[in-house]
Design a protein around this ligand. Structure first.
Ligand code: G3I
Length: 548
């Protein structure tokens, strides 16, 4: 990697002599190149108006980032300003832009106490529950199956600073059950989307983040589909850096969730000075380094990218300049900081050593585990992970990545021969030579040794109930798929499900495994759940669960 040294241009911008610092040493290659090399995303919140109207804004948004979040366009007031009147112009604008530029979209946000229209806030409990289900089904459902939209902030800012629940209209009307209900509705609307809970001032270990930790642990123990935790990271240099950020990310990761930095900005007390820029840049470095160091941290999203468009000055008078480009789209020291943290800040051109020949194990009709001898990296940027490729003829297609010397391949075709190889990748994006090829053949389809299903009624109310868990247990040999059938009482309607795909024919419901929970070893089990509405007072429950 070559570094071009560029003079630091200082200009006295006004009679008030505020210092404008422009053009730090130019960093090589866009941010996303280095994020991809690490297997992470680098994202930005995007506003629809400059995206439509400003070429400079559009170009930076397209070239620097591989992930974007709508700053406002997917919020409830934007998508459903009046009951059952949906408007997706802004949301679609963001999604289409991302698709054109090969970016992922993180949906923000479904359930929040701000930017939710008045008509929702005054609803009765029963009607608010209906509104939540309808809104989530419609908004998430619109993009289900669209590979660009990969994740959602399902619940945003549910806590007070002392760790108690925020007394929002959601909480005051529904109690804390609104959180689990929202996650279940989102899973039902898009079984493949990653579902996140998101908050601010949870970057360090404190009362609020510990309350969030306890909630996530509790929800997951009840099979509520919380996949991910978002740490907004609206930081301010005058309040100091949360030095336990990495430790905090890791404790959440240890719960089995993905973590991500969702709304990073670092505001200063304006005007800018060289000293304040340096401090701010260090904060950006620290955040990206923390995410780099935690395997389960998927990436960092900056809340905007240019100081021309930032929520900060509107909210905090005399504060601002929080982003990585100035108002004139010039890169700031904070841009260089993010760039260097992503690429290792080195001139590493030495690729890692070649990985050992992979060996395949745990071969089923749809998956296999590959393991190989690890590579080493001496170039300075460090070993970042491995790319796994399938070879067909003379073409190698990347089918997976891994941060360890092992990977579980899924979604393979039954009774098919696979030739695979591995290449190691370092923090600067250098790739090793190909490993030797490994060849294996997936087994035939079929369900193997049978299964059984038992169902538990988790909760019921006069007009509905939740059945969870339905526990599916493999018999004396492993199975690769399962189908549970049961009978739904007349007049009852399934309103949501998770961890299985349900189809209804008359009163017979057929639940098939999701892509990720069909494989069960002998005697192993998995669970799914569903929610039903029923005529008031009709207390019948589903019956006759059979598994095949
Ligand atoms: O679009 C109208 C415009 O027509 C009108 O002339 C103008 C007058 O004030 O307002 C414009 O709407 C503003 C909107 O941003 C779009 O710019 C709203 O007033 C303003 O309240 C809204 O602020 C957004 C804020 O959330 C709302 O709380 C910010 O852009 C957005 O950056 C901010 O983002 C939040 C995250 O969603 C959640 N975490 C905190 C973060 C920062 O507050």
């Amino acid at each position: 990697m070559k570094w071009r040294s560029l003079a630091v241009v200082c200009a006295l911008a006004s009679a008030a002599a505020s210092l404008v610092i422009a053009a730090p040493a130019e960093a090589s290659g866009p941010l996303k190149t280095h994020a991809v090399a690490r297997g992470k995303f680098i994202g930005a919140a995007i506003a629809t108006s400059p995206l439509a109207n400003e070429t400079a804004y559009r170009n930076i948004a397209a070239t620097e980032f591989n992930q974007i979040t709508a700053e406002n366009a997917m919020k409830w007031e934007s998508t459903e300003p009046n009951d059952n009147q949906y408007t997706f112009a802004g949301a679609d604008q963001i999604v289409n832009f991302a698709t054109q530029n090969g970016q992922q979209v993180h949906g923000h946000t479904l359930i929040w106490h701000q930017q939710t229209p008045g008509w929702v806030q005054g609803l009765s409990a029963a009607n608010m529950r209906i509104a939540i289900n309808d809104h989530i089904a419609t908004v998430v459902g619109r993009y289900a199956g669209n590979p660009t939209v990969v994740s959602w902030d399902v619940v945003n800012e549910a806590f007070n600073e002392d760790g108690t629940f925020r007394q929002s209209f959601w909480y005051n009307t529904l109690g804390q059950s609104y959180i689990a209900d929202a996650f279940r509705a989102a899973r039902a609307a898009d079984p493949d989307a990653r579902l996140c809970i998101n908050d601010y001032n949870v970057e360090g270990i404190n009362a609020k983040s510990t309350a969030m930790y306890n909630l996530v642990q509790s929800l997951r123990s009840q099979n509520v589909p919380v996949d991910c935790v978002g740490f907004q990271s609206h930081l301010a240099t005058q309040y100091g850096f949360p030095n336990d950020l990495q430790q905090n990310l890791q404790r959440f990761a240890n719960l089995g969730v993905q973590v991500r930095i969702t709304e990073l900005d670092v505001r200063i007390q304006t005007p800018r000075t060289a000293q304040k820029d340096t401090t701010q840049a260090q904060y950006y470095t620290n955040v990206v380094n923390a995410c780099n160091a935690v395997t389960a941290c998927a990436g960092v999203t900056i809340w905007g990218f240019t100081d021309k468009y930032s929520w900060v000055p509107d909210t905090f008078p005399s504060e601002g300049a929080a982003l990585i480009y100035d108002e004139n789209y010039q890169q700031k020291p904070s841009y260089t900081a993010v760039h260097n943290a992503l690429d290792g800040g080195t001139t590493d051109t030495t690729p890692p050593t070649t990985p050992g020949t992979p060996t395949a194990s745990n071969i089923t009709s749809s998956g296999a585990t590959l393991t190989w001898t690890a590579s080493t990296d001496t170039g300075g940027s460090g070993l970042a992970g491995y790319n796994i490729y399938r070879r067909v003829g003379s073409t190698d297609t990347q089918i997976a990545t891994s941060t360890t010397n092992s990977v579980n391949l899924t979604g393979l075709t039954a009774s098919t021969q696979y030739q695979v190889l591995v290449r190691a990748r370092d923090g600067a994006g250098n790739l090793s030579a190909n490993s030797a090829l490994a060849t294996f053949t997936t087994t035939g389809g079929g369900t193997g040794g049978g299964c059984s299903a038992t169902a538990t009624t988790q909760t019921q109310w006069s007009e509905g109930y939740v059945i969870e868990p339905v526990r599916v247990t493999a018999g004396s040999s492993a199975i690769t798929s399962w189908t549970v059938t049961f009978t739904l009482p007349a007049g009852h309607t399934i309103t949501g499900s998770w961890n299985a795909t349900l189809t209804v024919s008359g009163q017979t419901v057929t639940a098939r495994n999701a892509a990720y929970n069909g494989n069960l070893g002998a005697g192993a089990s998995t669970t799914f759940g569903f929610q039903v509405s029923r005529p008031n007072g009709n207390t019948s429950l589903p019956s006759g669960y059979t598994c095949a």
